[in-house]
Design a protein around this ligand. Structure first.
Ligand code: C5P
Length: 278
């Protein structure tokens, strides 16, 4: 049977404001999400039985595996009967705040829908995906979006002018619920998300993340890690998501670096994200 390859991009949060805590335990946020060109590769092939392989043996194989959950969700919503073999090549680090699991879930829904004759619209896929996690709907946008609510309300934005950025992450990751649980709402700066957003389109970007202090409370070594990256000649702009990756740029743009940068990516209207050599 034919093999179908789809790319699953990472995301970064150019700013992330935590607004308040809700009765359901989630926090309302306002965040500018941007897809970047760090990709996992997912290969799908219809088959006699379900089969799942991944180059990262740390990926859980239980119900917390977002690819398997997306597969279940698609079957439940469409009532289609099929089996599929999925091979995953993971490049996006886990527990980095780069949305790897969420992106894989969105890519799985998109890919199954394509392979099985488009039984659902993109709007339906996006709505269904809210069940899988707060960050999943973003990946059905075209790559740049303001996300509010718990993150699942996605307002599409035009592409931003690309910037050369670097991502640095310590070996250890952080758990999203633990970081959110450590946010001290009283200490956060009351910045207006709409004004901050305008800054990104008017060439006056202000990068920040209200989860950064909470992440450092959970993992104090993160502060030293940030300093280490600064000493290597980078400006650390802010942490992404619930960490532990940091968005950086080069302090002296004329300097050379051996580290590969990342670039913003946006997808075409009817297509999924593709890899482009830059
Ligand atoms: O939506 P997701 O499953 O990714 O969220 C994981 C956990 O992170 C939630 O159960 C919640 O504890 C926390 N979270 C939050 N506010 C958000 C998103 C996540 O408190 N906006």
């Amino acid at each position: 049977m034919e093999k179908h390859v789809f790319y699953s991009p990472a995301k970064i949060n150019l700013f992330l404001r935590v607004l308040n805590k809700r009765d359901d335990g989630y926090h309302n946020i306002a965040s500018l999400f941007q897809a970047v060109d760090v990709f996992d590769t997912l290969e799908f092939q219809l088959s006699e039985i379900d089969f799942f392989t991944c180059n990262d043996s740390d990926l859980p194989m239980d119900s917390s595996n977002l690819i398997l959950r997306a597969l279940d969700l698609f079957r439940r919503k469409t009532q289609l009967k099929f089996n599929v073999s999925v091979t995953v090549d993971k490049l996006i680090p886990t527990k980095a705040g780069m949305g790897g699991g969420s992106s894989n879930a969105a890519t799985t829904l998109w890919a199954l829908n394509q392979i099985l004759g488009k039984p659902a619209t993109t709007a339906e896929l996006m709505r269904w995906s809210e069940e899988l996690g707060s960050d999943v709907p973003f990946f059905f946008s075209h790559g740049t979006a303001m996300c509010t609510g718990r993150g699942e309300i996605v307002d599409e934005l035009p592409p931003l002018m690309d910037r050369t950025l670097w991502l640095f992450k310590p070996a250890k990751g952080l758990s999203t619920p633990e970081v959110f649980a450590n946010v001290d709402l009283n200490t956060l700066v009351d910045r207006d998300p709409e004004l901050i957003l305008q800054g990104f389109f008017n060439n006056k970007p202000v990068f920040f993340n209200d989860l950064e202090e909470a992440a450092m409370k959970v993992m104090p070594a993160l502060r030293e890690f940030k300093e280490k990256v600064q000493n290597m000649g980078f400006n650390v702009l802010c942490m992404t998501g619930s960490g532990t990756a940091f968005i950086c740029d080069l302090r002296n743009p004329e300097d050379e670096t051996i580290y590969p940068p990342v670039h913003y990516v946006n997808r075409e209207s009817d297509g999924w994200y593709i890899k482009v050599d830059v």
